[in-house]
Design a protein around this ligand. Structure first.
Ligand code: LLP
Length: 404
């Protein structure tokens, strides 16, 4: 994705042509970027050959899931809907892990029937529920227990999951009790310890702390886990100021950990695989001039991309066609929704914009479309996958008639 002759291209296709052909807003993904991310993530940890389960919640497009599956990954799901999508995309059930704090008995039943690799349980009540279902089916079920390591991921508080005040996993004390309980239970095979401390993590120290806690607890309980599921959370650069996660240090820390524990590592990355593969293309409807700033009113809004409204996240905005003249005004890029939080970014010294110009919101592949809604009865955007010079519609634009 780059400018050629001042036009922004995704692989060989210009954003302007896409907008002409499909109208806006458009979620557009690059296959090449996706493939590069999938392979490079795998290579970063190849010395211990982990099972990599893509976190479906970050992007649930079944066609993208299929591409990720074809490149050898498994899937991490958190609901029956995600599990169904993963199966539809052809993921091998033996490469699917099911996480989440509140799996209903209906969801557990379905997962058990599908013989997935692991159900990562997060409470005693859930384990009892799994036991009940397993017993009724006379089936041995593989489970993991999610530990809350009380580790600060040093990321946004809204996307931290590994501190004791967070609802996720169980405390060390409960973990130890549950291991004892699970070992006594006939139809449960305790195969995995799982952790996931948060998302958009760019500092390797929290991961290293988390590994120390896991190491200490396993030594204490003396149970051999076939799998250690370290979750996902690896952050990406949304702008040049964001520091990059040091994968080398993280990988070395895991290798050291594995010297004492002969387990297979599982990862559940989402954002690091899909985040920078997608852009959101939008057209300016109106420009509303104000004293201190101009409001750039886009045809996309918080219903299409929630992250700025929900977490104050910054996604870079760039023009589809570069011009040399800059505006002296400050631009505030907003959507048409009736909420003051329906704004994306405020920028100074942006190139001079006109109504009907196209802009691009960057790095929206993860938690973009998957968090979108129909708020204000707005149909969801079309999704397109570009592969070289080929354009593929991977999800049609919703029609108003489907919503009315
Ligand atoms: N595994 C578990 C158990 C998770 O809860 C998550 C994310 C992942 C894996 C994948 O994490 P990733 O590698 O994508 O960071 N909507 C927020 C992010 C929420 C993450 C929820 N859990 C955002 O837009 O930043």
């Amino acid at each position: 994705m780059r400018y050629i002759n001042k036009r922004f291209l995704i692989e060989n296709i210009s954003v302007t042509n896409l907008a002409k052909k499909f109208n806006t807003p458009i979620y557009c993904y690059s296959y090449k970027k996706l493939k590069t991310n999938v392979i490079s993530f795998k290579n970063k940890f190849k010395s211990f050959n982990p099972l990599i389960c893509f976190a479906v919640k970050s992007n649930t497009n079944v066609n993208l899931l299929r591409e990720i599956r074809k490149l050898g990954y498994g899937a991490d799901v958190v609901s029956i809907g995600e599990l169904m999508k993963a199966l539809k995309a052809g993921f091998n059930p033996k490469k699917i892990v099911f996480s989440g704090v509140g799996k209903t008995s209906n969801e557990l039943n379905y997962a058990i029937n599908k013989n997935i690799l692991l159900i990562n349980a997060e409470s005693k009540s859930e384990i009892i529920e799994i036991e009940k279902i397993a017993k009724s089916k006379k089936k041995y079920v593989n489970i993991g227990i999610r530990l809350n390591p009380n580790t600060d991921a040093k990321t946004l508080t809204q996307i931290s999951t590994g501190k004791k005040e967070n609802k996720f996993g169980v405390t060390e004390k409960t973990f130890i009790e549950l291991v004892k309980h699970a070992k006594k239970t006939k139809y449960i095979n305790l195969k995995c310890l799982s952790v996931h401390i948060g998302s958009q993590i760019v500092n390797n120290q929290p991961y290293e702390k988390m590994l120390k806690v896991v190491d200490r607890i396993i030594k204490k309980i003396n149970h051999k886990f076939e799998f250690i599921d370290l979750g996902g959370g690896m952050g990406i650069s949304y702008n040049n100021k964001v520091k990059k996660l040091n994968y080398k240090k993280y990988s070395t820390a895991i290798k050291n950990f594995l010297k004492n524990h002969k387990s297979k590592i599982i990862f559940e990355p989402g954002r690091s695989i899909i985040g920078n593969t997608g852009i959101l293309i939008s057209k300016i409807i109106y420009i509303k001039k104000n004293k201190d700033k101009d409001f750039i009113i886009l045809d996309t809004a918080m219903n299409d991309l929630m992250r700025p409204a929900l977490y104050g996240a910054n996604h870079q905005i760039i023009p589809a066609i570069k011009k040399s003249k800059n505006s002296k005004k400050t631009y505030e890029f907003v959507g048409p929704i009736c909420e003051s939080t329906d704004k994306f970014l405020t920028l100074k010294n942006f190139q001079k914009l006109n109504e009907k110009d196209l802009i691009i919101i960057c790095d929206v592949g993860a938690y973009g479309m998957s968090l979108s809604s129909n708020y204000n009865v707005r149909p969801k955007p079309i999704e397109i996958l570009v592969k070289g010079s080929k354009i593929r519609i991977i999800k049609k634009r919703q029609k108003l008639k489907d919503l009315i």
